[in-house]
Design a protein around this ligand. Structure first.
Ligand code: DC
Length: 223
């Protein structure tokens, strides 16, 4: 089957992971979570007592990712729930400013997707990793809504934080991810921007599936 790549980018709390997974399921495509890769690498490098400003070349040479039906493995070990903590998110964002980390993960992500049919979510998928993706979506939501969503998610996990504490975490993450010089968070010029503030996950998923199907029909009809 022909290669089909769908990039879904957006800031923390925009709903991109949930949306991307459901779009992949609905359209019977593979799903690649690039944030999970940055999180796992952040934890790995931190466990080696390295910091983002160190020379990371040797440690990065030791890193291998393997993708199998939606599951990711770092050096043979399947990524676990521990990558979902706030600390792992912070480590991911901190190490993501390092050019060698970005270079390494961009190359691995392109290799995983090559010739395949994938929905890929992240921060720089439409701009850097897959500039030729057939469909590029950039999800946004108001700051307050993104904080509310993250708070709800943390509450489900039994993590007790205030609105203000979560707001500060998201504010810092937004700033770091959108101000870094290399591959900052921003919509690609040809991305379709969807504001999810007042929409349910199902509505957003349907909207994206419709866009993808329209684009595919269009390609088949050569319109
Ligand atoms: O999507 P997430 O919250 O799991 O991502 C964690 C961090 O990883 C994010 O704050 C920045 C970094 N990241 C990135 O720089 N590029 C990506 N494509 C995905 C994530």
């Amino acid at each position: 089957m022909k290669e089909l790549l769908i990039a879904i980018d957006g800031p923390a709390g925009s709903g991109k992971s949930s949306v991307a997974q459901l779009v992949a399921k609905k359209l019977k495509l593979n799903y690649l979570d690039t944030g999970a890769m940055y999180r796992a690498v952040g934890i790995y490098l931190h466990s080696k007592n390295l910091s983002p400003s160190d020379d990371l070349s040797k440690a990065l040479d030791e890193i291998e990712f393997f993708y199998n039906s939606g599951d990711l493995y770092l050096n043979g070990e399947k990524l676990k729930e521990q990558i979902r903590t706030a600390q792992a998110g912070k480590l991911a964002s901190d190490f993501a400013v390092n050019p060698l980390v970005r270079l390494k993960l961009t190359e691995i992500q392109r290799n995983i997707c090559k010739g395949g049919r994938f929905v890929v979510d992240g921060r720089d998928i439409g701009t850097v990793v897959l500039p030729n993706a057939q469909v590029k979506i950039f999800l946004t939501a108001s700051f307050e809504e993104r904080v509310r969503r993250r708070l709800k998610e943390l509450c489900h996990k039994g993590v007790d934080l205030t609105f203000e504490e979560v707001a500060e975490q998201i504010r810092l993450r937004d700033e770091q991810d959108s101000k870094r010089s290399l591959a900052p968070l921003r919509p690609a010029e040809d991305a379709i921007v969807i504001d999810t503030t007042d929409k349910s996950i199902e509505e957003v998923v349907q909207e994206i599936c419709d866009i993808v199907l329209r684009r595919m029909n269009c390609e088949n009809d050569r319109c």
